[in-house]
Design a binder for this molecule. Sequence first.
Ligand SMILES: [Zn+2]
Length: 394
Amino acid sequence: MFVCGPTVYDYVHLGHARTYLAFDTITRYLKFSGYRVRYLMNITDVAERVVQRAAELKRDPLQLAHEYETAFLEDIRALGVTEVDKFERASDAIPKMIAQVSGLINKGFAYETETGVYFEVRKFPKFGELSGLSQEELSLRRLELCSSKRNPEDFSLWRKYEEGLAWDSPWGRGRPGWHIEDTAVSMPAFGDTYDLHGGASELIFPHHEAEIAQAEALTGKAPFVRYWLHTGLLSVSGRKMSKSLGNVIRIRDALKEYKPAELRFYFETVHYRAPTTYSNTGLNAARKRLNRLNDNLTSFLKAATRQGSQTGKASAMLARHEAAFKRFMNDDFNTSGALTVLEEFARLLAKRGGKLDQHSKAMLEEGFRRMANVLGILDGQVSTTTHEGGGALP
Ligand SMILES: [Zn+2]
């Protein structure tokens, strides 16, 4: 699985948190289901926004980017994002990008002008399939205005710059376009076709369309990616949470008021694909539900055990809840349904706690934690409660 990482020119905000938490949970559930997952994320440290911000602050672009990269890694770790196996910086993959751009020129999909190298979109008729945009709509979206391009929809693979953040290339000094960063990072790691590509829904067009075009034009093989997963937009009072609108809530600020598990629970009450609006009311409601779940779990763990085996009943109870949990999660990762299963399970555990033997209790607790850990909602808050003596879990 490859997920588009952040452009590191500022602190990350809750819009990013939503996306990275969703893919963390998805990875955890894939592992829970027995899959092995290799999860790769790029860090966009080479970008116009990085260059602009560095110029404003009179800083070295890569140095500045790497400070924000450190902050990003701190923030997502503090949030409880644990599943990314490898982060790769765009600046470390420049030779791979140059190789891909050269390959695209050689195959006739790209051309050089005085300003850079461009992908000729008309040579790749599938362009627009992922987003479902028509040719007419595509032609209306004139991104990257530049008079040297053959067609308005062509996108840059390489831009020529004599100065600033630039590397030597067969086309003179310059830096890569944004889209080539991702295929240059993902394809050498995963090959011509891989399973999952994730990112925020605003990246579908043109970013992911461009990735498909680059990859499939290069290899002649389709599909480049078997499943595309996109997280819905997070808005604040009806507008997208974005730095340019000045309505961002930084992850580190949110974590001063809410526990990581509370934020995670909150985002998981909405399907990852659905657009949603950030609200304190919603967050406080999530906190309440999570507190109740924790209270139930605590009272279950504190309840006295009794003699005699109830293993059969207990394992039936666990199996029933696990089946319901899987039913929701197998339905395109329906975390909101899965949360209600765990809430119901915790309620039942609190009710039955005093009627169970030690072994059954331990088994139920372990089963509960395994599912709760997929959703990342325990956050160590309850885990250290009452484990005196026997029945402790690894
Ligand atoms: Zn990307």
